[in-house]
Design a protein around this ligand. Structure first.
Ligand code: DX5
Ligand code: ZN
Length: 229
């Protein structure tokens, strides 16, 4: 099967924060589809990234949807604030939400798309009772917390399995894969059934980020319909 429909979401975590608008402008001008925004609280993951002021600064300049990946405990405390700060998609972690169904409804009530993320050790089967409620499922292909880590190849069979569970139910949320993605593995991830690729280091760590985005996008024909910015 040839992949032909996917979105590219560069992660600004790998940007130079001294020149954040340099990265925002590059993404605006490229064929990338979304801004992937990694929020970390130093509790759910062993790292702290950034919060509302940085997101609001990105929002002022971004011409494409903001895909917000919350690696935080008790995300229900901040859903409305992330929406106000510019989020089009808000993804929470399965592992951080004992009342996941309620949080998903809370996200939808703000008007944002609702996503759920799973860590590398969490089986996709744990999602069967939430599949029909979500707009996006994010399969982590690294342990969340840092950019620039090595891709965990077990994510590929997980995506295949997830795709099968969705097809059996006639559901088609976005399937996003995040962590360690680059030109060396993107095609396999897409072939497994993913249709949103996050890329941090592979894009923003490159000498020519723009051309890496073009190459990631060119793997398929990129005709998947986007959401409005
Ligand atoms: C990891 C983050 C990722 C990360 C991706 O916790 O969720 O979005 O920034 O960066 P790379 O592509 O460098 O692994
Ligand atoms: Zn992420």
């Amino acid at each position: 099967m040839k992949p032909n429909n996917h979105l590219i979401a560069p992660s600004i975590l790998s940007a130079d924060f001294g020149n954040i608008y340099g990265a925002v402008d590059m993404i605006n001008e490229s064929e990338a589809d979304w801004f992937h925004i990694d929020v970390m609280d130093g509790m759910f993951v062993p790292n702290i990234s950034f919060g509302f002021p940085v997101m609001e600064a990105v929002k002022r300049r971004a011409k494409k949807p903001m895909d917000v990946h919350l690696m935080i405990e008790k995300p229900e405390r901040y859903i409305e604030r992330f929406r106000d700060a510019g989020a089009h998609v808000i993804t929470v972690h399965y592992e951080a939400c004992p009342h996941l169904h309620r949080v998903i409804q809370q996200i939808k009530e703000t008007g944002a798309l609702a996503g759920v993320a799973i860590n590398p050790h969490t089986p996709v089967t744990h999602l069967v009772d939430i599949l029909e409620d979500v707009d996006l499922i994010l399969v982590m292909s690294v342990n969340p917390g840092f950019g620039g880590q090595k891709f965990i190849y077990n994510a590929i069979p997980k995506v295949t399995h997830l795709k099968q569970l969705l097809m059996e139910r006639n559901l088609s949320p976005y399937i996003e894969v995040d962590g360690g993605i680059g030109l060396q593995n993107a095609e396999r991830v897409l072939q497994a059934g993913a249709n949103v690729l996050v890329a941090g280091n592979a894009v923003l760590g490159a000498d020519n980020p723009h051309s890496v985005i073009t190459s990631l996008k060119a793997i398929g024909n990129g005709s998947l319909k986007n959401i409005p910015a």
